[in-house]
Ligand binder design. Structure first.
Ligand code: SF4
Length: 467
């Protein structure tokens, strides 16, 4: 190929860039403006996380429009989190790359330092699972959705850790986000469904001189080999690089259908089964579960009969177990143990059943169970969105805002997630060329794996009464 061709093709490629690709290029050019937006969000984040913890507890009748504490509660748990989850499904990890205050802070904190080499222990792929389970459990024990002190401990603690990791290991990159953030594993799974992604054209990439400067990729990705949206923060910095990277549309879920053995790790699949499905379901539902109250009463009676009274004491500090006597909200050690047991049991029941059904389906299809597990991403997303939006709706109800169509919308969401999961599973089986009875039986097992969490939601929220 002549030198002329080498120089002509990239210019031609630039001219042919779609409107979407040009939007990505604009993100690469507007780094200063994106940084301003990030600092504005950092400021808002500090006000919402820190200020309410130093204010007196609002009275019972306080509302989000006249109490910063109530407003912050609604902003965080009612809007911020449910819509961050929803955004992952639509635009991938755009939130991480462009809006996350923790990501911006860890990157900024690491800029001046040389940064130590990232230690081996930090690269252990199980941290996202441990981080998600740990923060979910701790959040339930100290009632993070209800009170500002626990928000400061959990979110503020995570931010302090992110900054510390940035200072010690960062070198201006997002080491924290890549390896240790408690929600990075969840976001990495959800982003695989997104219809928007940055795509690398390897042919165009290879046509450029080898000494082209490397792209400044915050989560330390090898951009030339970018094949998944899971770890890409969609920050846009690589858009147009070597005339080979562009923001593109794809079919939602197409990455999951195309996934092969090696594209998904064991801990990612375990996070999906036991974390996002089982543990999270337990965390959202234990306060509404009659079985939880019955089991706790039974244990309390047994303890009293055997004269073992210390587990009934409520003397734990608020940062160990919920302790707000002024709001008549105090957990005993038995309450704490009950929550731990309920969440673990929920993870084992829901996650274990889904895991078993997926492993059996994989045996039938002679496929990798971790790949088939990705078909459960839509149900895991619906689970998280439904649970978090419950808080939104409770808060809106206390403001007198109610939605009559809610039960039908919830059933529709669960049905959509279940059908999407089946479609992904069938798509994967077809791509693997699994046919006939084996394919049908595997598809039934995958449908069953996604059905249990949906049925538990229907039962807990008594959704069928609306029909
Ligand atoms: S590959 Fe890296 S630089 Fe490119 S958009 Fe993703 S996170 Fe940003």
């Amino acid at each position: 190929m002549s030198t002329h061709t080498l120089h002509f093709q990239p210019r031609q490629a630039r001219a042919q860039r779609t409107r979407l690709a040009r939007l990505g290029d604009m993100m690469a050019r507007q780094r200063g403006r994106i940084a301003l937006l990030q600092w504005a969000i950092v400021g808002l984040y500090f006000v919402l996380v820190a200020a309410p913890a130093f204010l007196p507890m609002p009275p019972e009748e306080a509302r989000m429009f006249n109490s910063l504490t109530r407003f912050a509660q609604f902003a965080f748990w009612g809007i911020w989190w449910p819509f961050v989850i929803a955004s992952m499904l639509l635009v991938g990890r755009f939130w991480c790359g462009v809006m996350c205050p923790e990501g911006a802070l860890t990157e900024f904190a690491g800029r001046p330092g040389k940064g130590r080499p990232i230690p081996r222990w930090m690269r252990w792929p199980g941290w996202p699972l441990v981080g998600f389970l740990g923060t979910t459990l701790y959040g339930q024990l100290i009632s993070v959705y209800e009170y500002p002190g626990p928000v400061l401990v959990i979110l503020g603690g995570s931010t302090v850790a992110a900054v510390a990791v940035g200072i010690v290991y960062g070198r201006g990159k997002r080491v924290w986000c890549r390896y240790l953030c408690p929600v990075t594993g969840v976001f990495a799974l959800l982003a695989r469904l997104a219809p928007l992604h940055f795509k690398v054209d390897r042919t165009a990439w290879d046509m450029q001189p080898a000494n082209t400067p490397a792209v400044d990729c915050p989560p330390l990705l090898n951009v030339s080999a970018l094949a998944s949206a899971s770890q890409c923060h969609a920050c846009g910095r690589c858009s147009g690089h070597r005339d080979a990277v562009a923001l593109r549309w794809r079919w939602p879920g197409s990455e999951i259908v195309r996934s092969q053995s090696g594209d998904v790790g064991r801990y990612e699949a375990l996070l999906l089964f036991y974390g996002m499905l089982g543990f999270a379901l337990g965390a959202f539902q234990w306060t509404m579960a009659p079985g939880f109250v019955r089991a706790k009463q039974w244990v309390a009676t047994w303890l009293v009969e055997h004269d073992i009274l210390w587990p009934l004491a409520d003397n734990a500090p608020w940062w160990v177990l919920t302790h707000y006597p002024q709001a008549s909200d105090v957990f005993s050690w038995l309450d704490g143990a009950g929550i731990v047991a309920w969440l673990v049991a929920s993870a084992l029941l829901v996650g274990g059943c889904a895991h078993l059904a997926t492993v059996l389906a994989a045996r039938l299809a002679r496929a990798d169970w971790k790949v088939l597990a990705l078909g459960l991403v839509p149900m895991a997303a619906a689970n998280l969105f439904l649970g978090l939006s419950m808080l939104t709706l409770t808060q809106l109800r206390s403001e007198g805002i109610e939605f009559g169509w809610l039960p039908q919308a919830r059933v529709a969401l669960l049905l959509l997630a279940w059908l999407a999961g089946i479609a992904l599973g069938v798509g994967q089986l077809r791509r693997m060329d699994v046919r006939g009875l084996r394919a049908a039986a595997a598809a039934v097992l995958l449908a069953g794996a996604a059905a249990l969490p949906a049925l538990l939601w229907v039962r807990t929220l008594d959704l069928l009464r609306a029909f």
